[in-house]
Design a protein around this ligand. Structure first.
Ligand code: VAH
Length: 315
């Protein structure tokens, strides 16, 4: 079986669906701290309530389901974490350590844990950010992700745990509403365009950030987890890239299909977070080690997002 912790989140919803397509749905256990609003998560296979800070409850689920893989996705994202730093650190760090310790204790074959471009900071080279470079993250979320990466490497080196990780760029998908991410303007903007409304963007129009369409993120995650262990040379977390764009560029891409769609700009506290992150990522290590190759560019993503969001529009 496969256990997905944080299954109701932006990535968790989509990864649970992808895993249930790949494996027997009954073998993919979705777990989250609160019951899902999405019926398909309940209908598609087993759902369990789990607060990943409750180690005894996590242990009980591991004993009950004996998962071969655990995908641990539960965390507070960048903007939300800045508002509640001590809880963000606790959830992001103690949650990960509970998963790593129990995975060693119960010999879970593989663990997946997402990192982020948020591990980079203002001192990091901004263009084609290398796999190995100055990090100095200045957000709580980034600090917790950088520390988490070092813990993953330590558990691999000290206990032989096959834990793998990807530094996701901003992820954009149509199945889940945006969470507390700084890149989530790029999800919101499509919803507004399909609803026939204009959009007020909380970043400046030239805020150029690394981004990825959800199908590419799912492909990368499953490809990484199915690659032979000896091909995984990076045990902190792999840089992963697909495209980079600014609010102005995604607006232009949408306007080609939604003429008259207008965007205004009102940068808020998330601008400082975006300014501390890279503009583009060098993901050559992922391409060399396990054959990473993205499928979606901006216009292809826009076409697919608008198509699916229009289908989901209330009749
Ligand atoms: C966030 N979407 O904005 C997440 C991600 C790189 C951005 O980590 O916090």
């Amino acid at each position: 079986t496969v256990l997905v912790i944080g299954a109701c989140g932006q990535l968790g919803l989509e990864l649970t669906a992808a895993l249930r397509e790949k494996y027997e749905p009954a073998h993919v256990i979705a777990a989250d701290v609160r019951a899902p609003k999405q019926p398909e998560l309940l209908a598609g296979g087993p759902f369990e309530l789990l607060d990943v800070l409750d180690k005894a409850r996590l242990e009980q689920l591991i004993q009950q389901y004996e998962p071969k893989q655990i995908y641990h996705l539960a965390a507070l994202l960048s903007a939300t974490a800045e508002k509640d730093p001590m809880f963000a650190w606790k959830l992001n760090m103690d949650g990960l350590l509970n998963v790593l310790n129990l995975s060693v204790q119960y010999q879970v074959a593989q663990v997946y844990w997402p990192s982020s471009i948020a591990v980079f900071g203002p001192d990091t080279p901004r263009h084609d950010t290398p796999q190995l470079c100055i990090m100095n993250p200045n957000t709580v979320y980034g600090i917790s992700k950088l520390a988490g990466e070092q813990w993953c490497e330590w558990y691999h080196r000290k206990h032989g745990l096959d834990v793998r990780s990807l530094r996701y760029p901003g992820l954009i998908g149509y199945k889940s509403l945006p969470g507390g991410g700084t890149t989530d303007y790029a999800v919101d903007i499509y919803h507004k365009a399909v609803a026939g409304e204009n959009y007020q963007c909380f970043l400046k129009e030239d805020s150029y950030l690394p981004m990825m369409y959800m199908p590419d993120a799912l492909k990368a995650t499953l490809d990484l987890m199915h690659a032979p262990a000896d091909s995984i040379k990076v045990r902190t977390s792999y840089n992963l890239g697909a495209m980079s764009f600014s609010p102005a560029e995604i607006t232009a891409s949408i306007q080609q299909q939604v003429p008259g769609f207008e965007v205004s700009y009102a940068p808020d506290q998330r601008q400082a977070i975006a300014d501390s992150w890279p503009a583009s990522i060098d993901d050559s290590a992922a391409r060399q080690d396990w054959g990473w190759q993205p499928d979606f560019d901006l216009d292809k993503m826009t076409a697919d997002m608008l198509l699916h969001l229009k289908e989901m529009q209330p009749a």
